[in-house]
Design a protein around this ligand. Structure first.
Ligand code: GLU
Length: 376
């Protein structure tokens, strides 16, 4: 029996759309500009309705091969990396040209998984992406193939898509693929195989389905998609695995149509995020807060501003976890700090307006943003 309309996509304010090489390319060579244009039309509509969208796009190797006149995919990794470097130019040019038809700007972001596990780079990438989204720009993310080859080797932009969903705290990750969704059995061998409409992302049955089902179909099969969905679920994002060639796929998802496979997080976005933070490493330093700051943090759920900080202890770097203590030395919160210890010392007690004057620049108005803060 079909499920009723899905509300998750309808309510989403921020989405990551991941599109793999198989979909983006024409017969495995060059980019399918027409298909890309159709997705852009739908994404532009979403952006027009106030939804923030980040695109994670592969396709650079295929485009590079076509630009270099190669008809056979090379085996050497460095040749594939070279093709990716050439093709990335065409990839972003194509996205940019297509979005231009809708008067939207795009931005190129090349990332590696390591960038996102290093705290400082994580926060830097996060601030840049947030700023771009605030400016109404559509970021186009790909793996930085010059320095990392995970996608070239494992077809792993699915994981990157999930990490980006964590990074921007997206409500959802849409993985457009060349299959209509995840099936409960391998549809090539089982005519009675049924599309899985909705599951919890952590459902162990999914592994069996992905493993025996579509997992064998080349790099970035269903297994990496299920894994990506679980990763996305850690920051409370849902994932839809859906056929990118389904007519009006993004618009239909937005309207709540039951297409593709919806994998749901156990927890809501905020709860998941806080748990993720709480599970973090040891703290690197301490900030003493004045009474006013303790109150706005604990009761108001607000960010910690430099003005509320009285003392700084320890040597920490931007992005590291610090403990926030009250004037009696009792820990009240923990969070990822936006400034290095020396900078934090220089701006403690000051109004955020003074940050530029003192440091010569401002990276954030907050010492610790409320999204990166857990009350203990
Ligand atoms: N990141 C690469 C791309 O965008 C890898 C894909 C591949 O190996 O074909 O094309």
């Amino acid at each position: 029996m079909p499920l009723s309309k899905r509300t998750q996509l309808h309510q989403a304010r921020r989405l990551v759309v991941k599109i793999g090489s198989a979909l983006l390319t024409n017969d495995g060579r060059g980019l399918d500009v027409a298909a890309l244009g159709l997705w852009v039309d739908q994404i532009a509509d979403l952006v027009g309705s106030g939804v923030e969208v980040v695109i994670v796009s592969s396709g650079s190797v295929a485009e590079g091969m076509s630009r270099l006149g190669w008809t056979v995919r090379p085996e050497q990794l460095h040749e594939l990396q070279a093709a990716a470097a050439v093709g990335q130019m065409g990839l972003v040019q194509t996205w940019e040209a297509q979005f231009k038809r809708h008067d939207l700007h795009t931005a190129q972001i090349l990332l590696t998984h390591d960038d996102l596990s290093d705290r400082k780079r994580y926060l830097n990438a996060r601030s840049t992406l947030r700023a771009l989204l605030d400016f109404g720009v559509v970021p186009i993310v790909n793996e930085n193939d010059t320095v990392v080859t995970d996608e070239i080797r494992f077809g792993d932009n699915d994981t990157l898509g999930a990490l980006v969903a964590n990074l921007v705290e997206a409500d959802g990750l849409i993985i457009l693929t060349d299959q209509v969704g995840l099936f409960d059995k391998d549809p090539r061998k089982n005519p009675d195989a049924a599309l899985v409409e909705q599951r919890q992302a952590n459902d162990p049955e999914l592994d069996i389905m992905a493993g025996t089902g579509m997992g064998a179909l080349g790099r970035g099969g269903m297994q990496t998609k299920v894994r990506a969905a679980r990763l996305a679920a850690r920051s409370g994002a849902f994932t839809v695995i859906v056929g990118g060639k389904i007519e009006q796929v993004i618009t239909r998802l937005r309207e709540g149509d039951t297409i593709g496979t919806l994998l749901l997080p156990e927890q809501g976005r905020i709860a998941a995020r806080k748990q993720w933070l709480a599970s973090h490493l040891q703290t690197r330093g301490k900030l003493t807060l004045d009474q006013g700051a303790v109150k706005v943090l604990c009761q108001g759920g607000r960010s910690l501003l430099p003005v509320g900080v009285k003392g700084i202890y320890g040597q920490f770097r931007r992005g590291e976890m610090v403990s926030c203590i009250d004037e009696n030395g009792k820990e009240v919160a923990r969070g990822l700090v936006n400034y290095d210890a020396d900078e934090a010392r220089a701006i403690a007690g000051l109004s955020s307006k003074k940050i530029t004057e003192v440091l010569g620049y401002i990276s954030d108005e907050e010492m610790v943003h409320r999204d990166n803060l857990v009350i203990v």
